[in-house]
Each structure stands twice: as structure tokens, then as C-alpha cells.
Design a protein around this ligand. Structure first.
Ligand code: UDX
Length: 437
């Protein structure tokens, strides 16, 4: 099939080569010339494991191209995917201006007599958006132009997005047209995963329901961790015992310094806004947002309890800037929240992140923060160590190396990656999240 993917962010830039890998001819389009030039030269604008190799392979095969020319991109396409950003607007709602603009441009660029197309929104968009996309295209397209709209939310996680898209648990397609459903079913017939076919609005809601539920699940275990800290239970054991119940499941039960990233914070806020716009008080969402807001502070407070409220003259080794492991993305990163808070009390930092040093520096700046290029450098000669992002290698640090590197005995593990017993056996003091023992 011939496809056009508009927007080369996390969703579009991963989706385009994978659709190509499935045997389709794909044109990726973005308005950002610099970004397209970078991609065409083989330099990916985001860090995503395996992406560079995959894009290169598909481009060499000749079934994947990138351009800024939307007219050329959509001209042969049977399915057009809208994968543009829907960032958080000041009132918590999703900013849909890029979606509206793409819909308007598609409408203006299609020609009378063009073949039938399905226009699919993959971006995360509130209930009712696809109906508006249909209206906008209709208002701008030539009389009688034949098309349908569909919603096809993407559930991929940054850092494992290629794997997630190839091995999705399910594909969700919403449309009010059987013709569109049939085309989308053909595209996804390469996957073994079940295809959930719904109406437009339900599909839009499934994406928000899934993301906010996961955010709530993390928040539940984070609040449970705070209670474990007060009662002497170990949250890792609690999560293990809970997760073995099939009805609960073990995933997204890692207590932490809070969830961040480009999706959960924005999607919880947007669904909350949809609720209030519909005169509904979604109490769980309110509690989730409020609890997540303070989780990083809760962890930072552990440091203040140990070192007092004047941290000037102290240097902390900080491992992690990204909002989670395997990405260079620092949007709403709880690691950065912790560093900012402690810097506000006078602390200095030596920071290491395997991929997010540049993006982290752009966010945090260089005041009292030195960016270094290894775990060893980050720890060496500091007063104490903070683990802030769940990069696998941080969990593999030998506690004996920490003991040699830091001046005091205090080790703060915001991702519960180290074994408290091993750490404390060396005479160090371990502070995790919900791991008093
Ligand atoms: C999320 C959804 O998982 C994905 O389906 C959707 O398409 C986009 O949003 P992503 O933002 O890439 O993906 O990250 P995810 O792996 O879900 O982690 C989100 C945040 O929660 C991170 O800050 C992570 O560190 C945190 N987290 C995750 C925890 O604190 N504990 C956990 O158990 C899991």
C-alpha cells in the first residue's frame, strides 16, 4: 500500500520505517526542513534504539523517503497518517493547532478525481477531534472528494518503540466507516496482534484511558512506597506479591521518583480537562496528578533530612537526566525536578546520563551542574550519590565502587535499582523509595 506519514516525531519517525518494513511504500513528511535534512543524511533527531539502522535499511530498499513537500507526500497515498505533536496547552488541554493545520492543508491539496483515501490520526487527541478533522478536510477539499477518517492510537513507549510497534498487544482502529476499517485491517493484517475495531470516539478514548490508567498504577505504587517508608514494609516485595495476581499484573509497579515524559503528564491533564469540560469530576485523575507532582519532592526531601537545608559546599553525583531509561528525552523528567530542588538549597552536581547529557544541559543549564561522561566520573569525589533514571547500567554498579568514590555513607536510589542489603553490608546507608528495612 502507499502511505504518507505526516510528522516525524516519536510516533511518525518510528511508524514510517516500520510500515515500510511491512512491505508498504511510505513517504514521511515534516514541515521542518532541518529535521528532514538530518533524517535524509542518516542522522536521527531523536535517540531511539535501532531507529537509525532501520531507517537506513528501509531508505536503501527504496520504500521509505522523507520530504517537506506535503503535496508530493499525499499525492499517491491510500492512507495518510497524522502524527504531529499535540503538546499541553496552558489550561491542560491538548494543543491541536498542528492537527487542524495538517487537516486544512490536506483538504486544500487533494484534487478533484483523486482516489479514495483514509485520513488517520495517530497523534493522541481528545474525543471528538477526528470528527473535526473530517469537517476541516471537507470544508477545504473539492466538492465530492471521497475520503474517510479513522483514529489509530499508538501505544509505543520511548526507548522500546520499534519493538513495541512490531509486537503490539493490540491494534486499535476507530472509524465510523466500514470502508476505512477494511483498509486499515488490510494494513495491519501482517501483525498477529488482535485488531480492536471501534467507533471514532471510543478509539480516541482508549488511548487516554490506557495512558492515564498506567499513570495511576505507577502513582498507586508510589504512594504505597511512601506508606511502606512509614511502616517498615518493602515496596519491592509488596509489588512482587501484588503483581503475581493475574488481575493486577507485575508491570508498571516500580516505585520511583514519579512519572514524566511527553505522554503521561500531558495525557492525564488533557483527560482531566475533557472531564471538567463535560461537567465531570474525575477524582482519580486529580489525585494522580497531585500525588505525582510531589513524588520527586518527596525523594529530594530524603536528602534534605540527611544533610539539612543548607547544601552549599556539597556535591552530589547524579545518575540520570532522562525521564526514564533508554531515551534522551528530558520532558517533565523527575530526575531534573530532583536536581532543581536540591540546587535550590545550594547543592552542586556532577551528572551523567548515557544519552541525555545534551538535552539535559539545555533544560538545566550549567549553574552548579557539571556534565560528565561516565558513571565513575559522576561519583568520584562527591559527597553522596543519587540514582535518578532507570538506566540498566545504574543497577549494575558495584556498591564497593560507590563506597570508594563518595565521601559520606549516604546513597539515594530514586529507582530502587540497588540491593539495599549489599549496599549496607559495606557500611553505607541506603535510601530508596519505600524500602525501609
Ligand atoms: C507511555 C506509554 O507507556 C505508551 O504506551 C504511550 O504510547 C506513551 O506514553 P513513555 O512515555 O515512553 O510511554 O514511557 P513509559 O515507559 O510508559 O514510562 C513513563 C514514566 O513512568 C517514566 O517516567 C518512567 O520512569 C515511569 N515509570 C514507569 C515508573 O516510574 N514506574 C514504572 O513501573 C513504570
Amino acid at each position: 500500500m502507499k502511505l504518507c506519514v505526516i510528522g516525524t516525531g516519536y510516533v511518525g519517525l518510528v511508524g514510517a520505517p516500520i510500515f515500510s518494513e511491512w512491505g508498504n511504500e511510505v513517504v514521511g513528511v515534516d514541515i521542518d526542513q532541518k529535521k528532514i535534512d538530518r533524517i535524509n543524511s542518516g542522522d536521527m533527531p531523536i535517540f531511539e534504539p535501532g531507529l537509525e539502522e532501520l531507517v537506513k535499511k528501509e531508505m536503501e530498499k527504496g520504500t521509505l523517503t522523507f520530504t517537506t513537500d506535503l503535496e508530493a507526500g499525499i499525492s499517491d497515498a491510500e492512507i495518510i497518517f497524522i502524527c504531529v505533536g499535540t503538546p499541553q496547552y496552558f489550561d491542560g488541554s491538548a494543543d491541536l493547532s498542528a492537527v487542524w493545520s495538517v487537516a486544512e492543508n490536506i483538504g486544500k491539496l487533494v484534487k478533484p478525481g483523486d482516489p479514495y483515501r483514509v485520513i488517520v490520526t495517530k497523534s493522541t487527541v481528545p474525543v471528538g477531534t477526528n470528527e473535526r478533522v473530517e469537517e476541516i478536510v471537507r470544508e477545504n477539499a473539492p466538492e465530492g472528494y471521497e475520503f474517510d477518517v479513522a483514529s489509530n492510537p499508538e501505544f509505543l513507549r520511548e526507548g522500546s518503540s520499534i519493538k513495541d510497534m512490531r509486537n503490539t498487544d493490540r491494534t486499535v482502529v476507530g472509524s465510523n466507516s466500514q470502508r476505512a476499517h477494511d483498509k486499515m485491517a488490510k494494513l495491519y493484517s501482517v501483525l498477529d496482534a488482535p485488531l480492536v475495531q471501534t467507533d471514532l470516539r471510543s478509539s480516541e478514548m482508549i488511548k487516554y484511558a490506557s495512558n492515564t490508567f498506567l499513570a495511576m498504577k505507577i502513582t498507586f505504587i508510589n504512594e504505597m512506597a511512601q506508606l511502606c517508608d512509614r511502616t517498615g514494609a518493602d515496596v519491592k516485595m509488596v509489588a512482587k506479591g501484588m503483581g503475581m495476581d493475574n488481575r493486577i499484573g507485575p508491570k508498571f509497579l516500580n516505585a520511583s521518583i514519579g512519572y514524566g515524559g511527553g505522554c503521561f503528564p500531558k495525557d492525564v491533564a488533557a483527560l482531566h480537562k475533557t472531564s471538567s469540560d463535560n461537567s465531570f469530576e474525575f477524582k482519580l485523575l486529580e489525585a494522580t496528578m497531585a500525588a505525582n507532582e510531589i513524588q520527586a519532592q518527596y525523594f529530594a526531601n530524603k536528602v534534605l533530612e540527611v544533610f539539612g537545608e543548607d547544601l552549599s559546599g556539597l556535591t552530589f553525583g547524579a545518575l540520570g537526566l532522562a525521564f526514564k531509561g533508554n531515551t534522551d528525552d528530558v520532558r517533565k523528567s523527575p530526575a531534573i525536578k530532583v536536581i532543581r530542588k536540591l540546587r535550590g538549597y545550594g547543592a552542586s552536581f556532577k551528572v551523567y546520563d548515557p544519552e541525555a547529557l545534551e538535552t539535559g544541559k539545555a533544560d538545566l543549564g550549567e549553574t552548579s551542574v557539571e556534565y560528565v561522561s561516565s558513571i565513575e566520573e559522576a561519583m568520584s569525589g562527591t559527597d553522596s550519590l543519587l540514582i535518578l533514571t532507570e538506566w540498566k547500567q545504574f543497577g549494575e554498579i558495584d556498591p564497593a565502587d560507590i563506597k570508594k568514590a563518595i565521601r559520606t555513607e549516604h546513597v539515594f536510589d530514586g529507582r530502587n535499582m540497588l540491593d539495599p542489603k549489599e549496599v549496607e553490608a559495606l557500611g553505607l546507608r541506603y535510601y530508596g523509595v519505600g524500602r525501609t528495612h
